[in-house]
Design a protein around this ligand. Structure first.
Ligand SMILES: [Zn+2]
Length: 153
């Protein structure tokens, strides 16, 4: 199992990565994720793709996909099964002339300070195997804190 690099928060929407680059996340993306935080006890996990640009060693997240009807949403599990996630990411890629890529995944956890689960790590390893040439980022929104990082090579 590969280990994980947690990025360091560098201001409200900027995280520094271990490669010297930064992840910058647009406010509207974080505001959308905020709406899915599991602050109330019956709210299930949510998730989707993070989409944006690679700029050298930096990543700029400008859009995301959100839960769709065919996804599985439980209090402590989210499975991104609905093909609309892939369709929307593909549309962003095509409509931007290949500039906007799927950069990674986000999901929520019903805990204040979230940490990746074993299942999260397994899923991220599969995600990385399917796109070996580009770094992918993973975000977990807890009820208070956000975990954001990458699988370490
Ligand atoms: Zn998780």
């Amino acid at each position: 199992m590969q280990s994980l690099n947690r990025f360091v928060l560098h201001g409200g929407r900027l995280w520094s990565m271990n490669n010297g680059g930064y992840v910058y996340i647009d406010q509207k993306v974080l505001e959308t994720i905020d709406q899915y935080r599991q602050i109330e006890t019956k709210v299930p996990e949510s998730g989707g793709f993070l989409c944006g640009y690679y700029k050298g060693v930096n990543l700029h997240v400008i859009d995301l996909t959100v839960p769709q009807p065919k996804d599985i949403q439980r209090r402590c599990a989210f499975q991104r099964l609905d093909p609309k996630h892939v369709d929307q990411a593909r549309d962003l890629y095509i409509n931007s002339g290949g500039k906007i890529n799927c950069l990674g995944e986000w999901h929520t956890h019903p805990e204040k300070n979230p940490t990746p689960s074993y299942i999260d790590r397994q899923g991220w390893n599969i995600f990385n195997r399917n796109r070996p040439t580009q770094p992918a980022i993973f975000l977990i929104a807890g009820t208070q804190e956000v975990w954001i990082g990458a699988v370490k090579y």
